[in-house]
Design a protein around this ligand. Structure first.
Ligand SMILES: [Zn+2]
Ligand SMILES: [Zn+2]
Length: 407
């Protein structure tokens, strides 16, 4: 054998798993430097809805995996956005890690202004105080307290990038400010800031968090005050607004979108706030075989992965902001694996994503309901993946992988 053909690889390896959880999301990456026995571990989203059995099983398997490898520290739990199907079992994950004495360094979540929190809370009457969603949509101090009680060491709020500044020229129309936390374990970073990773691990992680146009949110605030007499940009009014004015809040958002000429389509401000995550080795080496028929999608891969949460990339304003942001943060970068936005729904689909990032693999993590039509499982409510699937399959070089997500 010709020995020059054998390249000595670096000691780095990365095991990356998109778990099957039904309708929801749970990803984990474990990076290991075999020469130093150092690890970088992170999770992106930990939610499912309404059925959490598959997710809880996946969490248990993930934690066992950490224990088996002697890992004592997890650097990041990143939440794309604050909806049930992305965060609902955060408490379960943190509880299981706590039981095994595995430390959780940082919870990273999108920082939301009060107006956006109200819109997210208002999405469903099920978002009561006993839910993770509710707890993560309170004021920053309460969020930090909630996370700290669950064993998280630090909370990282990622500020949004807005495509406008509200349009006020004399300062009288400045966007209302939402109070920040001064807790010693709370940190705020701008969208696009590289996340710190353990020294010596050549790995890059970058989050982008987009905000809807400030002028639309301000038009919404004004309209809600007009109709209800209560300011939605003040957290103290949220409980009363949700109790007495649920449908007026919805109507006010539609009004504000029309007034500011925003083509919101089926999207919500909550989905719009989805943080996208790019993560990859700084010098990818390992080649890999793409798994064929995955339950969990599991791959040894050091190349770039792009997670997009529930970003409604079908909305032209969102797509423009998304493309602009990534062209600024990581110009020209391509990825190995992209997750189809919004569980693969056509609400979220934009072919530009696949042209821009040129992925080798696109994962459709769409959930399938047990409730079926003539014995056939159905897609989760709202998720209409067929047209998005057909569109992605037109790219001959892309491998499409659909998670076996039957609950
Ligand atoms: Zn979702
Ligand atoms: Zn790869």
């Amino acid at each position: 054998m010709n020995s020059t053909a054998i390249q000595p690889g670096p000691a780095l390896s990365a095991q990356r798993v998109q778990y099957r959880v039904g309708h929801g999301g749970f990803h984990a990456t474990i990076v290991e430097d075999a020469s130093t026995k150092q690890h970088l571990v992170y999770v992106y989203d930990v939610g499912a809805c309404p059925d959490v059995a598959l997710l809880e099983d996946a969490i248990d398997r993930f934690v066992k995996r950490l224990v088996a490898r002697g890992i004592k520290r997890l650097q990041y739990v990143i939440l794309s956005h604050i909806d049930e199907d992305h965060v609902s079992r955060l408490d379960h994950l943190l509880g299981k890690l706590g039981d095994k004495k595995i430390a959780v360094e940082t919870l990273a979540l999108p920082w939301l202004r009060d107006t956006s929190r109200l819109l997210a809370l208002n999405r469903s009457p099920r978002r009561g105080p006993s839910t993770v969603v509710y707890q993560l949509l309170q004021d920053d101090d309460s969020v930090v307290q909630f996370a700290t009680n669950l064993g998280v060491e630090n909370v990282l709020f990622v500020e949004g990038e807005s495509s406008d500044d509200g349009g006020g020229t004399d300062g009288s129309d400045a966007a209302p400010s939402t109070p920040r936390s001064h807790a010693s374990n709370a940190t705020y970073i701008p969208s696009g800031t590289p996340l710190k990773v353990p020294t010596g691990i050549p790995w890059r992680m970058l989050i982008s968090h987009l905000e809807p146009p400030t002028q639309t949110l301000m038009a919404f605030d004004k309209r809600v005050i007009q109709v209800t007499g209560l300011d939605p940009a003040d957290q103290k009014n949220h409980a009363k607004l949700i109790k007495d004015h649920r449908s007026e809040i919805r109507a006010a958002m539609r009004f504000a979108a029309r007034k500011t000429k925003l083509d919101l389509r089926a999207s919500t401000v909550s989905n719009w706030s989805s943080q996208s995550l790019y993560s990859a080795s700084l010098s990818p080496f390992a080649r890999h075989v793409v798994p064929h028929a995955p339950d969990d999608f599991e791959m040894e891969c050091e190349h770039g992965w792009l997670h997009t949460g529930d970003l409604p990339l079908d909305v032209p304003d969102v797509w423009d902001a998304f493309e602009t942001a990534w062209n600024r943060h990581l110009p020209g970068v391509e990825v190995c694996v992209a997750l189809a936005p919004h569980h693969g729904s056509v609400h979220g689909h934009n072919d530009g994503l696949y042209v821009r990032f040129n992925p080798s693999v696109v994962i459709f993590p769409l959930g399938l309901w047990r409730g079926s039509r003539r014995g056939k499982p159905m897609f989760a409510k709202w998720i209409k993946p067929m047209n998005a699937l057909i569109d992605v399959r037109k790219h001959r070089t892309i491998k499409v992988r659909i998670l076996n997500n039957r609950v």
